[in-house]
Design a protein around this ligand. Structure first.
Ligand code: APR
Ligand code: PHB
Length: 391
């Protein structure tokens, strides 16, 4: 069956959903193809920290009502090193804050808004090929219920994540890849336990990193640095709680762990995010280690640029902004890659206590405790540099 729309979007994650809503607000039609079910997409556990940029953009889309009702506003966080803590005061240093609100809650809100505004999302529709990219009518071929379909459009939003089709569709010679596979992973848990800490704590410890985060007053989100070959079944719930307390340096409220998993840590990106009428955004073009809490926020920042470019085209019949899409996104992508990499190396155990590398790592933390300039560097990157920074 043949379909058509102005913008074909592959992926109903934060990138694809936000793009569809920004386009709809400007009167531009789109259809989202998502190869998983709605239930699956809405239940995927991911990170949960929103920059003020992201919240402001969701405010402009009128999709932030529940976010403001249920999200937790944080005015700072703690970075600790072997038990010595330094608070990073976002409010004082940047006059901004961040909001703790689970990504799956964001996705639920965005999908609801798409349905309310009659934006077409076809779930369990697997995009298999994108053709005619260098024409004015690219085509996305997809399957659904074992039937073959095509979606003809003016532009393709490649919002299909790291494992998606879009990056694989770019000619190999059109981009260079950059990547770091870190020698450690994160074991993350969600538990029905009241967080007994007010703000996030990023803790370096001689046994490894730990992060104390949360989802609400009743649900805590905690992470442990583990080895890449560690298996979730090798650690009992009690061992996880014990190690978290050992590294964080205080007793935690414990409760039923209802979700746990191990995620590898990687930095990845390509230096070209477009080809013809195909534009990549979000995880399809880059992955950051979660230490900087940037994944969703960077995806939304890409989409802000892409939506502006597509809207400008339809309003002025001018592709100038779209021609500069990659350059505009990469300025922020490199900044966010550097910040995420910095936070990862600052907080994770990579060498034995007393080695030169380990002493340099400790010196960074000692400097953080005496320098407001260093604290502000972290604060302004953490809350998110304004979109106009990279105009
Ligand atoms: N056809 C249709 N849908 C696809 C295909 C395909 N061939 N391949 C992937 N998808 C879907 C995935 O099922 C997923 O729902 O694309 C979506 C991509 O969403 P995300 O992976 O969430 O990527 P993005 O929207 O860029 O958001 C980035 O999500 O993964 C987290 O940590 C990441 O926080 C970051 C954010
Ligand atoms: C989370 O709450 O899942 C979270 C918060 C901050 C991070 C990473 C993950 O840096």
């Amino acid at each position: 069956m043949n379909h058509n729309t102005q913008v074909g979007i592959i992926g109903a994650g934060p990138a694809g959903l936000t793009l569809a809503l920004l386009l709809q607000k400007a009167g531009i039609s789109s259809i989202i193809l998502e190869n998983k079910s709605r239930e699956y997409v809405e239940s995927r556990v991911r990170a949960g920290l929103l920059e003020h940029n992201t919240v402001s953009l969701f405010d402009s889309l009128r999709v932030s009502e529940r976010l403001h009702k249920e999200g937790l506003i944080h005015l700072g966080c703690f970075i600790s090193h072997n038990g010595k803590s330094q608070r990073i005061d976002f409010a004082k240093l940047t006059q901004k804050e961040v909001t703790i609100y689970g990504q799956q809650e964001v996705v639920k809100d965005l999908i609801s808004a798409c349905y309310e505004r009659n934006i077409g999302i076809i779930f369990e529709a697997d995009a298999t090929q994108i053709t005619d990219l260098e024409t004015e009518k690219p085509i996305i071929y997809f399957t659904k219920n074992n039937e073959n379909h095509s979606l003809e459009c003016d532009f393709v939003g490649g919002c299909d994540g790291f494992h998606g089709l879009s990056r694989k569709t770019l000619p190999k010679e059109s981009y260079q890849e950059y990547k770091i596979e870190y020698p450690f992973s994160w074991l993350g848990i969600l538990a029905y336990a009241k967080p007994n800490y007010e703000e996030l704590i990023y803790a370096y410890h001689s046994e490894g990193f730990a992060l104390a985060s949360m989802r609400s007053e009743k649900v805590c989100r905690l992470y442990l640095q583990v080895n890449n070959d560690d298996k979730i079944e090798n650690l009992s719930d009690e061992q996880i709680w014990d190690e978290l307390e050992n590294r964080l340096g205080f007793a935690l409220n414990r409760g039923e762990i209802f979700e746990k998993g191990i995620t590898p840590m990687r930095s990845f990106m390509i230096d070209n995010m477009q080809f013809g009428r195909l534009f990549l955004a979000g995880d399809s073009a880059h992955i950051v280690p979660p230490t900087g809490a940037k994944g969703l926020n960077l995806a939304v920042a890409d989409i802000n640029n892409l939506a502006n470019g597509i809207i400008h085209f339809y309003q002025n019949n001018d592709e100038e902004l779209l021609k500069n899409y990659t350059q505009k996104c990469l300025a922020r992508v490199w900044r966010v890659q550097d910040f995420s990499n910095f936070m990862t190396y600052l907080c994770h155990k990579q060498s034995e206590e007393g080695t030169f590398e380990n002493q340099l790592q400790k010196s960074k933390f000692d400097y953080l405790t005496i320098s407001e300039a260093y604290q502000k560097t972290i604060a302004e990157n953490y809350v998110g540099l304004p979109y106009e920074t990279f105009a």
